[in-house]
Design a protein around this ligand. Structure first.
Ligand code: KMH
Ligand code: ZN
Length: 275
């Protein structure tokens, strides 16, 4: 049955530099303001990467805890911390993200070439992330950069059991140079592979860069949910830089309403994800 649309905003990421993308929210105040405005527009989940005083990506424990507390205080958004960090972050720091006790955390299901870099996700590391989240009651969002990552997810769940609460939610991150392309055909192929996962598995999708609109439309028509934000998209249209995360959330909300799948409220999103 087609439901409303869960909209996740990924406002910052670890890849863009503030100097090149001045609208990127990098301070806690900027992040909180963005979060409040995106929630008011229809976002129900926030995927969070944080920055240090020089706007460089960081996994600093104190800052992560402060960020989770501020988002909980100021919004009703479901707080999802990135355990992916930046491609240079060590595994120990990525695991320690869970100590900040978010509602959700990302869990990338395999290694992928990432432009000129490699985003490394060893099997044992994935198992560690998954089982620690099970123990602590944190819901994973399984990040799928390539179709084989879905096979790895099936293997993970077979061997190590369902996440805490039993709901499986995946996010197709499409169009990364080195990963699966951001096309309708690929999204449909990925969706077909969900048949091998537990009944009730939900998916969202995001298309990086130019693939963002194609993926958004394909996800909506396929019954999927949406992730949008400046982590993935910094150009709104040819020659037009994104002005704010709100602009991207507003566009997603508009498309979701046209598709007669309006944004889920945070309460509805919590029900869907079992949070
Ligand atoms: N920054 C990328 C290397 C995640 O948040 O879990 C990884 C990423 C995925 O953004
Ligand atoms: Zn991320």
């Amino acid at each position: 049955m087609t439901t409303g649309t869960l909209i996740t905003v990924a406002p910052t990421g670890a890849e863009s530099a503030k100097a090149q993308v001045p609208a990127l929210p990098v301070t806690l105040d900027e992040l909180l303001l963005t979060a409040k405005e995106c929630e008011a527009l229809g976002a129900s989940v926030i995927h969070v990467h944080i920055r240090d005083d020089e706007a460089r990506p960081t996994l600093d424990q104190g800052r992560l805890r402060e960020t989770v507390a501020a988002l909980r205080d100021g919004t009703d958004l479901i707080v999802q911390l990135s355990s992916g960090g930046a491609v240079t972050d060590p595994e120990a720091d990525r695991l320690a993200v869970l100590d900040a006790a978010p509602d959700m955390a990302s869990c990338t299901m395999g290694t992928v070439n990432f432009g000129d870099d490699v985003f490394l996700n060893r099997w044992e590391f994935i198992v560690d992330l998954h089982t620690r989240m099970q123990e602590r009651g944190i819901l994973p969002e399984y990040e799928i950069f390539d179709l084989g990552h879905l096979t790895a997810l099936q293997r993970l769940l077979d061997r190590h059991g369902l996440p805490h609460g039993g709901h499986v939610h995946v996010d197709f991150v499409m169009g990364v140079p080195g990963g699966m392309p951001g096309t309708t055909a690929t999204l449909v192929a990925a969706q077909q592979m969900l048949r091998d996962l537990p009944a009730g598995t939900t998916f969202s999708a995001t298309g990086v860069g130019r693939s963002s609109i194609a993926v958004l439309l394909a996800a909506l028509s396929a019954g999927g949910h949406l992730r949008v934000g400046m982590e993935d998209t910094v150009t709104y249209a040819k020659g037009r830089p994104v002005e704010s995360n709100m602009q991207l959330v507003a566009r997603a909300v508009g498309f979701a309403q046209l598709a007669q799948r309006p944004p889920l409220t945070t309460t509805e999103a919590r029900r869907l994800l079992g949070r």
